[in-house]
Design a protein around this ligand. Structure first.
Ligand SMILES: NC(=O)c1ccc[n+]([C@@H]2O[C@H](COP(=O)([O-])OP(=O)(O)OC[C@H]3O[C@@H](n4cnc5c(N)ncnc54)[C@H](OP(=O)(O)O)[C@@H]3O)[C@@H](O)[C@H]2O)c1
Length: 253
């Protein structure tokens, strides 16, 4: 069947397109690179012709509060209205574990708005909430660096490999719409500080990681269990140590 991957040139999207093609589906990558812009609607009607499923793994180029909300709301509205016209039967979105748990950050609020628009639409849907990708650890470390030291809150994480995220999303995309949210996570739970420490050590990065109850997550407060799944349906098999050994240069996200 024809499956359109919105954000198909991105980290998850490019892996997802390959997975779906390997499963024998006509997977088509759609993003600005290929003339499809979900913000303006450009190219959407054409790419959706004959599509059974749309998987949205796009991301906002800006994480600034207003810009990120505008991106996920406008893109999702445009997608859903064009999908209804094209007769799309299943819309899958990749979201983040914890987006509905207070205290939210602006990015989480925008992802929750994206989920809510989908839940209210007439298109059958599946929401896959994933934990942080291993590939995201350098960004997490850089965002928490102040004066050469990394300060993180006393929180838990359960990260997973982007390859495992793509495999789990592919499985959902080819199945029946779930019309609910499912959570996926990695095989191990770490303290936030230990996760970063292990990643940095493997990259010979000597920055000190300090647990600081006043530290936030990308500038917003974070509770101990905000980022870990409550009721995980799928566990990515790849362990962080294995991934660190296999990827010398982590992909910046
Ligand atoms: N990072 C994490 O740890 C994490 C954890 C859980 C869930 N997620 C979710 O995973 C999703 C995918 O993340 P990712 O890291 O794979 O993203 P990414 O690598 O940054 O890719 C983003 C994609 O969005 C496309 N895009 C941006 N603006 C667009 C527009 N106006 N119209 C059409 N396409 C547009 C980009 O392509 P062009 O530039 O060609 O348009 C690109 O293909 C995100 O929604 C994120 O919320 C992330």
């Amino acid at each position: 069947m024809k499956i359109v991957v919105i954000g198909g040139s991105g980290l998850i999207g490019s892996k997802l397109v390959k997975n779906l093609q390997a499963m024998g589906h006509e997977a088509v990558a759609a993003s600005r690179q290929s003339g499809v812009n979900t913000l303006t609607g450009e190219g959407l009607a054409g790419i959706l012709q004959g599509a059974s499923v749309v998987v949205d793994v796009s991301n906002s180029p800006s994480f600034e509060e207003k810009a990120v909300m505008a991106f996920f709301e406008t893109s999702t509205r445009n997608l859903l209205s064009k999908e209804a016209a094209a007769g799309v039967r299943h819309h899958v979105v990749l979201s983040v574990v914890g987006v509905d748990r207070p205290p939210q950050n602006p990015y989480f609020r925008a992802k929750l708005a994206q989920e809510t628009l989908l839940q209210k639409s007439s298109i059958p849907y599946s929401i896959v909430r994933a934990t942080q990708f291993f590939e995201f650890f350098p960004s997490m470390a850089d965002a928490a660096t102040d004066g050469g030291k990394i300060r993180v809150p006393p929180a838990l994480v359960q990260p997973m490999a982007a390859d495992d995220v793509a495999a789990a999303v592919a499985k959902v995309a080819v199945g029946q719409p779930l019309n609910k949210m499912v959570e996926i996570g990695g095989p191990n739970r770490f303290s936030y500080d230990d996760f970063l420490r292990q990643g940095l050590a493997a990259r010979n990065d000597s920055r000190e990681v300090i647990v600081d109850p006043k530290a936030g997550y990308f500038g917003a407060p974070l509770n101990e269990r905000t980022l870990v799944p409550d009721d995980q349906t799928e566990t990515g098999p790849t362990h962080f140590k294995t991934w660190l050994g296999a990827t010398r240069t982590p992909v910046e996200n």
